[in-house]
Design a protein around this ligand. Structure first.
Ligand SMILES: [Zn+2]
Length: 216
């Protein structure tokens, strides 16, 4: 029951605090009907290929926050994401929780993942998202020094929750999206059966209403 409140708390509940953290990106400042879809925790053999096919069917670009050790296991998938025109961001090496980890480990993981992605893809990493949405001061300093923008979100439908259904996730996004919204979804196996069917509804509905889907 409480899980049902998570998307509201993490979306409407956080909107009032967004302006207190201007170094963090919550939403892109635009009046146009454009939305910034983001996908965390990949690349995974369970979902990433199908995700890329679905995005391509709508000529949609997105931003994928990749876990370093997943990239090491599936470099071909990371290359496919990049080749398809999506932006690739830093989601640490092991998905560590910065609120409960030594800050030295956080910095090491952020640097290691950056180096790995830049070597593999030949492009500069410009964005990072803290796992669990848990930023710390050390992370913010690291991002400022390395010129990676920390990306939070404006719409979090909670596709990772045990109670999530594709219908709920899709209608939550459609009810809460506004111009420039950054939407968090996951190509994580725990979201299998939820995220992609929800995404199909989100893409077809917003596309029909004249929205575009852009990468950061
Ligand atoms: Zn994550």
């Amino acid at each position: 029951m409480l899980q049902r409140l998570v998307p509201y708390a993490a979306t409407q509940g956080l909107r009032p605090v967004q302006s207190f953290f201007p170094d963090l990106l919550w939403r892109v400042d635009t009046d146009r009907r454009e939305v910034f879809l983001t996908f965390d925790d990949g690349p995974t053999t369970a979902l990433t290929d199908d995700l890329l096919d679905l995005l391509a069917a709508y000529d949609a670009r997105a931003t994928c926050f990749l876990i370093g050790h997943h990239v090491e296991e599936h470099p071909d998938l990371a290359r496919a994401i990049h080749r398809a025109g999506h932006t690739v961001g830093n989601h640490t090496y092991t998905h560590l929780d910065a609120w409960t980890s030594p800050q030295d480990s956080v910095r090491t993981q952020l640097s290691r993942t950056t180096m790995e992605l830049e070597d593999l893809l030949g492009t500069r990493v410009r964005f990072m998202r803290p796992p669990y949405g848990h930023p710390t001061g050390a992370m913010r300093t690291w991002c400022a020094e390395r010129q990676q923008r920390m990306v939070m979100w404006d719409v979090m439908p909670g596709d990772f929750l045990k109670t999530a259904t594709a219908e709920q996730v899709a209608s939550f996004v459609l009810d809460n999206v506004r111009p420039g919204s950054v939407v968090v979804l996951h190509d994580n196996p725990i979201c299998e059966g939820v995220t992609l069917p929800a995404l199909e509804t989100i893409l077809s509905t917003l596309d029909r209403d004249g929205w575009s889907f852009n990468a950061l």
